[in-house]
Ligand binder design. Structure first.
Ligand code: TYM
Length: 332
């Protein structure tokens, strides 16, 4: 069966962007004909400073977010990256396969390192090689992600191809990115040209998965828009990033196409549309945040789920790492 792998950083709370761009799709794929493995990537998180107590809490909270959103530990393997050491071990091999020039072209490194790249960690620079290892240590065939991860997944294919070529093997598969649906790039509620992000200094720019009903409704009411009514055709959203974003969110939350949504709401003013969107968002998200809070009351149970996930994962990763070492010529 085809195998799905994807990961999320436990570097702060989950946003609506993570939910619509990634987790919602993770849940769908779990119900389809795939073997699914989902991961809290704590090794990736520490490429920028994380307070240790926050990292622990954020990792458990992210696990709670996965489960509350519908990832079942019975149907999927749910893991924390550092508990499956083969990720880091294959990551080292890939550090030796990937080229400096490839890494320098990664736009996420440039964004995250900012102007002072000399002061960025070496881990941040090598981040995409570890990400390739996350995926390929399972021989995963499909990787559901948001639009912003596309370049990293192309690099994953480049690393697999170079390894196979250099060692004269056909060992690592070419993984397919799965970037689908109305919300592959959810934008800030304050600025339609910026991605919704947990690191944005303005809390009003995003919906957090832990926000309560009042906070969700208030942020949507205050979301930036333009003064025009909603169009009834998709083309009418082309030059209207804020309007397009809210319609995309509506479509993704209700599992409808943008065309279908515009058929219904075309002609409405934002004064009418925003309350509809707020009600929809609250009805979909509030049960998740309630369930997350309930799960967080029992961290030991979360830890048990992750320990079980790690041992299931290692049944897959250990033989693949062993074979990789043999191909490379390591005595073992
Ligand atoms: P991260 O933690 O930044 O984001 C997790 C997932 O959420 C998606 N996402 C969004 N989708 C739509 N709109 C947004 N505004 C938005 N913000 C975030 C991301 O595209 C991602 O799918 N490098 C990854 C983590 C990772 C990984 C992997 C992913 C590590 N190893 C292996 C897949 C496979 C990251 O930083 O995601």
């Amino acid at each position: 069966t085809p195998r799905v792998f994807s990961g999320i950083q436990p570097s702060g709370g989950l946003t609506l962007g993570n939910y619509l761009g990634a987790i919602k799709r993770f849940v769908q794929m779990q119900e389809e004909d795939f073997e699914t493995i989902y991961c809290m990537v704590d090794l990736h998180a520490i490429t920028v400073w994380q307070d240790p107590a926050d990292l622990t809490r954020n990792t458990r909270e992210l696990a709670a977010g996965f489960i509350a959103s519908g990832i079942s530990p019975e149907k999927s393997i749910l893991i924390n990256q550092s508990q499956v050491p083969e990720h880091a071990q294959l990551g080292w091999i890939f550090n030796c396969v990937a080229r400096m020039g490839w890494m320098k072209r990664m736009t996420q490194f440039k964004d995250k390192a900012g102007k002072n790249a000399e002061n960025a960690s070496l881990g941040l620079f090598g981040y995409p090689a570890l990400m390739a290892a996350d995926i390929l240590v399972y021989h995963a065939t499909h990787v559901p992600v948001g639009e912003d991860q596309k370049q990293h997944l192309e690099l994953t294919r480049d690393i697999a191809a170079k390894f196979n070529h250099d060692y004269g093997v056909d060992f690592f598969p070419m993984t397919e990115p799965v970037i689908e649906g109305a919300a592959t790039r959810v934008m800030s509620l304050r600025d339609g040209s910026k991605k919704m992000s947990k690191s944005d200094p303005s809390d009003a720019s995003r919906i957090n998965m832990t926000d309560d009903a009042d906070a969700i409704a208030k942020k949507i009411r205050k979301a930036k828009t333009d003064p025009d009514a909603l169009p009834s055709e998709v083309e009418g959203l082309a030059e209207r990033p804020e309007a397009r974003n809210l319609v995309n969110i509506f479509a993704a939350l209700s599992d409808r196409t943008v065309e279908d949504v515009l058929n219904e709401v075309g002609g409405q003013q934002f004064g009418t549309f925003k309350p509809l969107l707020a009600d929809l968002a609250v009805s979909k998200l509030a049960p998740i945040s309630t369930e997350m809070a309930r799960l967080m009351d029992d961290p030991a149970e979360i830890d048990r789920i992750l320990a079980k996930g790690a041992s299931q994962a290692r049944e897959i990763t250990a033989p693949i790492l062993k074979r990789t070492y043999e191909i490379v010529g390591m005595v073992g």
